[in-house]
Design a protein around this ligand. Sequence first.
Ligand SMILES: *Cc1c(COP(=O)(O)O)cnc(C)c1O
Length: 453
Amino acid sequence: MSETVKYVLSEGRIPEAWYNIAADLPEPLPPVLHPGTGQPVGPDDLTPLFPMALIGQEVSSERWIGIPGPVRDVYRQWRPSPLHRARRLETALDTPARIYYKYEGVSPPGSHKPNTAVAQAFYNKEEGVARLTTETGAGQWGSALAFAGALFGLEVKVFMVRVSYEQKPYRKALMQAYGANCVPSPSTETEAGRTILARDPNTTGSLGIAISEAVEVAAQNKDTKYSLGSVLNHVLLHQTVVGLEALEQLEMAGDYPDILIGCTGGGSNFAGLVTPFLGRQLRGEGERVRAIASEPTACPSLTRGLYAYDFGDTGHLTPLVKMHTLGSAFVPPGFHAGGLRYHGMAPLVSHLQELRLIESRAYHQNECFEAGVAFARAEGIVPAPEANHAIKGAIDEAVRCREEGTARTILFNLSGHGHFDMAAYVEYFAGTLEDRYYDEAALAEALAALPQV
Ligand SMILES: *Cc1c(COP(=O)(O)O)cnc(C)c1O
């Protein structure tokens, strides 16, 4: 008998509600603070930037939040996404581990990001917004929001981190194909961008800088709101469709994970995979799981950052959030997993680490590409450079199973495909891909500049 390699749910099994782990946390998240007053922010502070529905989700402690019909209708195009059993990879690694991956590269823009982009576009449209601004690193988020904007009839303006804008021209063209406007960041279109260019005309840019630009434009225009592709509670919430579907698919497989792994930039695909499982554990309904966040050594917020209040952006336009941070002034070196070049971490993921509900690891880019290529040769999917960090984590755990002779179940999130990232693979195969190290002095300086709270 042939063995199952893919667990597929019918369209009707798309979750009807997102799961909000805030309802099950043993300790609540620290409040978000207004930088001027040091007091918790209220909805009024956020209304210039976000629609009320998303502000409500941001602070909600309801366990289940219904997914609107029109959002589920769009999800139908590619959801439920498949859960694969990586049998060929298991054989190649000669491991007794059972390795599963949830494949989010099947969405039209090629990553998990449309799970929240579609929801955000829907709520903004419902509240009469005409235009969305946003930042993008590698271009995955920008193209996801451009896609969602096209479906719901919203204009989309994207500030793309300059190093990625230059490395990934096809992502920009994809955004244009969806009708969005994309400019390199820092740009001369905003005060925040002009200030940084005056200081450092050759800057690579960073997500922190691009966020400042997008926030500035939204705050100054009444018909425009801002949209963030990671970090915020409502974004992590929308990504829980990943873990909820995986739970059901593993049930079909008659299995349950011992180890969950996701790569972490801002933390959304990781949280989307792991929080439904952690919720079961916290409610005493499911086995204890080990959840491992896998991040780049060149931008190691969870493994090297301080857990402290900091700004979400470089220009200090955002509220203060408590998170693992490298300092909002920290500009990570330009490595290829552009989606992981963020100085901070989702406050929720940071909180989970503080509560010891998750662990974190940091990897260099060459070892991640090595893992990604091994995966491609076994499973046939070329992963996004970001996702290679999750694969590296999963392979390490599978090798440990071999060494210990233990058959654990490993589930990781394959957050996207790498078809727009082949320039990075070209460098890897040419042997010119360098492991990047951040500047210790610059990190110390950025951390010393953390706001006093
Ligand atoms: C953006 C992105 C990431 C990192 O963002 P998270 O919010 O940490 O998930 C990871 N993988 C892919 C493919 C991405 O596009």
